[in-house]
Ligand binder design. Structure first.
Ligand SMILES: [Zn+2]
Length: 323
């Protein structure tokens, strides 16, 4: 007879399999199926979706398949499944179809879990209904997933590269990125006329050419695994500081730590060139950017209004990060 102590014991076995999945670079989910009468594990599975290139290779499906082979039939009544994450629609369906007595899962999956969180496929009227118990060793199971995604995110940040804008194609592309981001981001802060004017004045191919040739600006496309994330521009100054002219990230890519990573790359640039601070100007009403710069360690060192022509002014704070 299976008791709560057994639940923890067998969930521990499922966790071991989930850890193995991590080693394959897979989302860590593990499952075991236990025969209730003698407590023997008759099926094991771990998520192998990437390595087997199969949308079906979830831990639960693999465990069900192994258990059915062991028993020589599809009917898994008299057995319990232990799985580290709340089953998805496919797996919850397979659990019903295999007539498992009971399913015990660890972490809840609010978005996709189909044993009560997002939906309850175990409880469809007229179908066989297995018993279910969630949240067993919840902490251990969910921290495995959090660690995995934290690590993955770190790797994805390592893949952020700055591609210096040199060719005409790259310049055109940068101007397009600027145009798109500025028109998406700035309407709450400055008028559309001013955005049009500033994009033309500061971000057109012509402006880039002038800034690069006369003022020593360097433009970069921010790229992650070959995908454009945004753009940035810097200018090393004679007073030993780096002027960060621009750093813009596409809307759907904000909040993923990319700006912080770009800032690290700019810091590396400063170290190489012997520069001792990064400074920038930011519109006084650009609260989001101000908060982000403060979080990165920038401090306000002044403010000023500058005339940018055609009746437009920029009302800015000056921020600096000492290195
Ligand atoms: Zn699944």
């Amino acid at each position: 007879m299976i008791t709560l102590d057994n639940d923890i014991l067998f969930m521990g076995e499922a966790i071991k399999l989930a850890r193995q999945a991590t080693e394959y670079g897979e989302v860590p989910v593990g499952a075991v199926i236990v025969r209730n009468s003698d407590g023997i594990i008759i099926g094991k599975g771990l998520n192998r979706r990437e390595s087997l290139r199969s949308p079906l290779a979830h831990a639960e499906i693999c465990a069900i398949d192994e258990a059915a082979r062991f028993l020589g039939g599809w009917r898994l009544s008299g057995c319990t499944m232990y799985v580290t994450l709340e089953p998805c629609p496919m797996c919850a369906g397979a659990i019903v179809n295999s007539r498992l007595d009971r399913v015990v899962f660890g972490a809840y999956d609010k978005k996709g879990g189909c044993c009560g969180s997002a939906a309850n496929i175990l409880d469809i009227g007229g179908m066989y209904r297995p018993n279910c118990c969630g949240g067993v060793m919840n902490e251990e199971c969910s921290s495995l997933l959090k660690e995995f995604f934290g690590e993955k995110r770190k790797n994805s940040l390592d893949n952020i590269k700055l591609i210096e804008v040199k060719t005409d194609d790259q310049k055109r592309r940068t101007a397009e990125i600027a145009d798109e981001i500025w028109h998406e981001y700035f309407p709450i802060i400055i008028s559309n006329e001013q955005i049009d004017y500033m994009v033309d004045r500061f971000c057109s191919v012509k402006a880039m050419n002038e800034n690069t040739a006369n003022e020593g600006y360097i433009y970069y496309i921010i790229s992650r695994n070959g995908q454009e994330v945004g753009y940035t521009a810097i200018k090393p100054e004679k007073d030993g500081r780096l002027f960060l002219s621009k750093i813009y990230i596409y809307k759907d890519m904000r909040g993923k730590g990319y700006s912080r990573r770009v800032m690290e790359l700019h810091k590396e640039f400063c170290r190489e060139k012997g520069l001792n601070a990064i400074w920038l100007t930011v519109n006084k009403h650009n609260d989001t950017a101000i908060a982000a710069y403060k979080k990165l360690g920038f401090k306000c060192i002044g403010e000023g209004v500058s005339d940018i022509g055609s009746g437009f002014v920029m009302d800015d704070y000056y921020f600096q990060l000492d290195l």
